[in-house]
Design a protein around this ligand. Sequence first.
Ligand SMILES: Cc1cc2nc3c(=O)[nH]c(=O)nc-3n(C[C@H](O)[C@H](O)[C@H](O)COP(=O)(O)OP(=O)(O)OC[C@H]3O[C@@H](n4cnc5c(N)ncnc54)[C@H](O)[C@@H]3O)c2cc1C
Length: 391
Amino acid sequence: MNKIQYDLVIVGSGPAGSTVARFAAKANLKVLLIDKRQELGAPIQCSGAVSRHALEEVGIVPNDEFIQEPIYGFGIYNQLGDCTAIDYRSLKGDEYGPGPGKKPLGYVVDRRRFDRYLMTQAERAGAEVWLKTEGLGYQTTENGNCEIRMRRFNEELTITTKVVVGADGLQSQVGKWAGLRTHIKITELASCLQYVVDQVETKGLLEIITGHEWAPGGYAWVFPKGHGYAEIGLGVIPTMTDQNAQWYVKKFMEQSFFKDRFKDARILEIQGGGVPLAAPLRTQFADNLILVGDAARHVNPITGGGIHTALSGGRIAADFLIQFLQEDRLASAENLKGYQDQWLEELGNKMWKLYDIKTDIFHNQNIEERDEQLYATMSSYFSPDSEYKKI
Ligand SMILES: Cc1cc2nc3c(=O)[nH]c(=O)nc-3n(C[C@H](O)[C@H](O)[C@H](O)COP(=O)(O)OP(=O)(O)OC[C@H]3O[C@@H](n4cnc5c(N)ncnc54)[C@H](O)[C@@H]3O)c2cc1C
């Protein structure tokens, strides 16, 4: 069996894992980043909406390689089609727009290219990257390190490291290896489906459609995808309906106030996946191990967005680990708790607040009131003076 020593082995090269890897490698830590996929980001299970601020905060310069379309604001709809328009081109026209000296509010990115770009930046910073390598388990050792078992192509090997970072997404196994409570309640797991379509006009806005009629427990969306394409999708909470997401997408396309707009839509791709509209994990650390990104439920429980929180969480994890490993402390659960404390202070406490707001809305048994609350919350969430708009 091979035995190699790394400071960090990061399992999962999505936005969270590659961000930890990039920052840690830049600080001269010896980093191994592994991903079980042979092509990162594929198959796509994401709409790719991310704010410009989220990229800038972690030093990612917007690049044509992964940007599909710039975004200038939002259109938030209630069930009947009334719209709160939050278009920064008119709200703050001096700053936001397509012209010279102006900037977009955010982007729709191609997750295949985005994930590959982030991984490449980590590699250029000095991280070693192994694709088609699946983490299988870990075990702490008597000298304070741990061994992680993995399968690289068809070969099984064991690697010694000080800390394992579980950035392995929604269906994370890494947390389970350490016995952490990673279970998601079915009442908090949105089932999402989206079509990439041709012949649906968009106007540089992320359109979000609320209402139990269209997406019980979640919302529907229409996002621009670049090259004249659009994404039409939605997420539903399966315990709130007898129908599945596919049924709701069909209904939304054929019966909603957008039905005329969608009448010529041609479906080019079908993408789906789960989104946890859940609280962050209460414990995101164990002996020689921490979790980040979807694996730690670092997902905005109101919007379901997880790219920004994966990038920020990745940066916070790296900041903590760089300092921690410099101090050469024992990587016990007790000592790694500092990571979660730092994350809570910088980001997590706000996410817990959002979770409480979301829970209040969906505990309301009066569906009409609930719909109004969700519409109002979404409208204020994305408004220019929202205290949360940077999550
Ligand atoms: C339909 C849909 C639409 C979405 N739209 C948006 C959106 O518009 N904006 C937004 O912000 N968020 C969106 N999200 C959420 C977003 O995709 C996730 O929150 C984000 O990808 C989380 O990043 P991550 O790095 O934590 O995990 P992931 O991106 O899931 O990456 C995890 C990586 O770990 C790898 N992996 C897993 N297990 C192992 C293992 N044992 N060994 C090695 N590698 C492993 C996987 O191959 C994967 O590459 C959407 C999600 C869905 C399902």
